[in-house]
Write a protein that binds this ligand. Structure first.
Ligand code: XMP
Length: 430
């Protein structure tokens, strides 16, 4: 392994990611793990040079204080604790240590090198993937979004033709998206790619389902079943590659963090899952995933395009999905993207999309009363998707987009702009 590792144990702090990033900012790789990690599990991580016990607000769960396993103190690995009073830990802080103190622990006490960079990260992941997979085969859910594209590139580098990419068109893709996934990966990157059009199947399962969590679970569960069917046809597939990234894991709830909402590639997995997972990006923040993609040689446009959630337009067609509203989301989204590109906003704004709620409002068209849907525009900026602020889009651009949506999208008579930051709102509506 090329990189030294500092392990952060989650003892209920809400600042795990802040600490992880502070260490990575020193050029040192850090990973966050549950407080009850065992000695064996720690040893399996290889190259662990230091352990940081990160206590805090949520250390008491169901009336019991969470603790690390006492055997960890006998491993001879330097330890530092934050807001976790422990007599057996040599270096202790009541709150987040400043940069100088963190540097002293990392470089002097643990003796690590600043060798965290994407070249080394990729080299280590490639080695880990080869160890895990051996000469067996991996099936990858290739949505064409940033995360799954980067995983595909990583797996192609690690195992080449042992990777079978499956692109499932769940009928919730953006306009022309499936076509372009096939073009880029099959024609240009020569990936072993299977295209499955499962639109009708997904829309059938989602009929009359209005609850957001249930929608996500159905989409996630159905995804896995489609893969299982493909795997059965192919035979000899033991692994499922996934573009899980760190925010997906933390927001689906760790042992001490409360669940925000289940992400389709974590919480939606059915109980009878038949694959072992390969998730080489699960410790990366979104900005790091992009840097990884660039280092892997993916085209800049692909890596820097805005993220798209696994459940696709399904979580933007609010409530029970209907074909007319789904079409309105797809068409308005295409217009928004076209106009943002013309205004140069596609390079500036992190994520932008449209949403169609499941209620109608009164309007006038051709001198007659109409009762139709509304389109909500959302445009936000963020570093790591954990918090976000809105883009103050130029009024003229918004007017142009509004005019086009009202003229070109059927069943719509109103356009609104979402002003809410995250928190309290999440980026998506469901
Ligand atoms: P939220 O809505 O939680 O979104 O603030 C944070 C970021 O994650 C994207 N997102 C998803 N990505 N599977 C994904 O891979 C999902 O189920 C999912 N849900 C949301 C969202 O678009 C935003 O960029």
């Amino acid at each position: 392994m090329k990189q030294d590792l500092i392990v952060i144990l989650d003892l209920g702090s809400t600042k795990n990611t802040v600490v992880a990033r502070a260490i990575r900012d020193l050029g040192v790789y850090s990973e966050i793990h549950p407080h009850d990690i065992t000695v064996e599990e720690l040893k399996a991580l290889k190259n662990v040079k230091g352990i940081l016990l990160n206590g805090g607000e949520n250390r008491v769960v169901d009336g019991r204080a969470v603790e690390v396993r006492p055997e960890l103190y006998d491993m001879g690995i330097p330890m530092l604790s934050i807001d976790y009073p422990q007599s057996r830990c040599a270096t202790q802080f009541g709150e987040m240590p400043d940069e100088a103190a963190l540097k002293k622990f990392v470089f002097e006490d643990c003796g690590v090198e600043a060798n965290w960079n994407m070249k080394n990260f990729i080299a280590d992941q490639v080695e880990l993937i080869r160890q895990q997979v051996g000469d067996r085969k991996v099936l990858l859910a290739l949505s064409g979004g940033v995360d799954s594209s980067v995983v595909a590139a990583m797996l192609i580098k690690a195992i080449g033709q042992q990777l079978v990419c499956v692109h499932v068109n769940h009928g919730l893709m953006r306009k022309n998206e499936s076509e372009s996934v096939v073009k880029v990966f099959r024609d240009e990157l020569h990936a072993n790619l299977i295209y499955v059009d499962a639109s009708e199947r997904f829309l059938g399962k989602l009929e009359d389902v209005a609850d957001p969590e249930q929608k996500r679970k159905i989409i996630g569960g159905e995804f896995i079943r489609v893969f299982e069917e493909e795997a059965r046809k192919l035979q000899g597939i033991d692994f499922l590659g996934q573009g899980t990234i760190y925010p997906d894991i933390i927001e689906s709830g760790t042992k001490t963090a409360k669940m925000v909402k289940s992400h389709h590639n974590v919480g939606g997995l059915p109980e009878d899952l038949k694959f072992e997972l390969v998730e080489p990006l699960k410790q990366l923040f979104k900005d790091e995933v992009r840097a990884c993609g660039v280092e892997l040689g993916l085209p800049h446009d692909m890596v820097y395009r805005q993220p798209f959630p696994g459940p696709g337009l399904g979580v933007r067609c609010l409530g029970a999905i209907t074909r007319d509203r789904l079409e309105a989301v797809r068409e308005s989204d295409a217009i928004l993207r076209e106009e943002f590109a013309k205004a140069g906003l596609d390079k500036k704004v992190w994520q932008y999309f449209t949403v169609v709620p499941d209620f109608k409002s009164v309007g006038m068209k051709n001198n007659a009363r109409v009762f139709e849907y509304m389109v909500i525009i959302r445009a936000i900026n963020t570093i790591d998707a954990m918090t976000a602020s809105i883009e103050k889009v130029d009024w003229d651009v918004l007017e142009k987009i509004t005019e086009r949506i009202l003229a070109e999208v059927e069943n719509v008579n109103r356009v609104c702009y979402d002003m809410s930051p995250k928190p309290p709102a999440t980026i998506e509506f469901e």
